[in-house]
Design a protein around this ligand. Structure first.
Ligand code: SF4
Ligand code: SF4
Length: 284
């Protein structure tokens, strides 16, 4: 049966993608592995894995299409739009700002009851691509418009992953950093997660937040402490205890890892190999 393991972290720049890609390649030695890059604003796993991605499909979102011949200029569509994507100038037809629209369909529903002047149109918000290397299949989502569209892009890619995950032993999800909707959608349906952090006050603070989120989502998780020798480990230990989790792996700062990371190369590291073995033992 497939196991879904997320690699996440409250703080950016902690080495999440380095660990996710390296972990995926170690697991791929004995398993069928799908890595999913859901850091859709700046996906970089394909650079690290040296994969030339091929597009699978574009991702669209609903936007309203106005038929002015049916419009009675009542302004209800502008009233219900929480994003201020519709404005009704005095005695005129509605003006629509597609970049503001999140596709909630509220305007469509309200107008259907009044005049039927709005139908469903669509705008492209991103795309998703695939490729393979080191025995790992990679799917990466890309948002092409703005931050607001990140969540629907993540949801779309997750839906696609759901349809193919039966072909794999492990699905490794590389989430964006932070605690926003995009990360929540990326984490949904995970069997397990590693929260990657570093021993700094910012690392401790953000670990607290992502840990609370994982507990809220009822996703069991362990903590990976990256660059463990360049800060105060006790900070992280206290947060781990508070969250009811533990630090599974302490990866010291290493020139070889830093060099590989800087060059965008795959990292070979004993600690990450052990992490892969730990996942295999846990998910049996
Ligand atoms: S709700 Fe429909 S009828 Fe009313 S202003 Fe908007 S588009 Fe026109
Ligand atoms: S779909 Fe939602 S966000 Fe977009 S214009 Fe209509 S009400 Fe506004």
């Amino acid at each position: 049966m497939v196991s879904v393991v997320s690699i996440t972290g409250g703080k950016g720049g902690t080495g999440k993608s380095t660990i996710a890609t390296s972990l995926a390649t170690y697991l791929a030695k004995n398993n069928r592995v799908l890595l999913v890059d859901l850091d859709v604003e700046c996906p970089d796993d394909h650079y690290i894995l040296n994969i030339d991605l091929k597009k699978i499909d574009d991702i669209f979102q609903m936007v309203p299409k106005f038929d002015n011949s049916k419009c009675i200029k009542c302004g209800k569509c502008a009233e219900v739009c929480s994003e201020n994507a519709i404005v009704l100038p005095k005695n005129n037809f509605p003006l629509f700002f597609p970049e503001q629209c999140i596709g909630c369909k509220a305007c469509l529903l309200v107008c259907n009851k009044i005049a039927g002047a709005i139908s469903e149109g669509k705008k492209k918000i991103g795309f998703f691509s695939k490729g393979s290397n080191y025995g790992v299949d990679l799917i990466a989502g890309f948002v092409s418009v703005g931050k607001e569209e990140s969540s629907p892009v993540v949801k779309h890619v997750k839906k696609y992953v759901e349809s193919i995950k039966k072909n794999y032993d492990y699905v490794i999800i590389d989430t964006a950093a932070g605690m926003h909707c995009t990360v929540i959608h990326a984490l949904e349906k995970s069997d397990f997660a590693f929260a990657v952090t570093e021993p700094t006050p910012f690392g401790a603070h953000d670990l607290g937040k992502i840990g609370e989120l994982l507990n809220e989502l009822k996703i069991p998780f362990e903590i990976v402490l990256n660059r463990s020798d360049v800060g105060d480990k006790k900070l992280i230990g206290k947060i781990a205890e508070k969250l009811g989790s533990e630090i599974t792996s302490k990866i010291p700062y290493s020139t070889s890892i830093a060099e590989a990371y800087a060059k965008g190369e795959i990292v070979r590291d004993e600690h990450i190999r052990k992490l892969a073995q730990r996942i295999e033992a846990k998910m049996k």
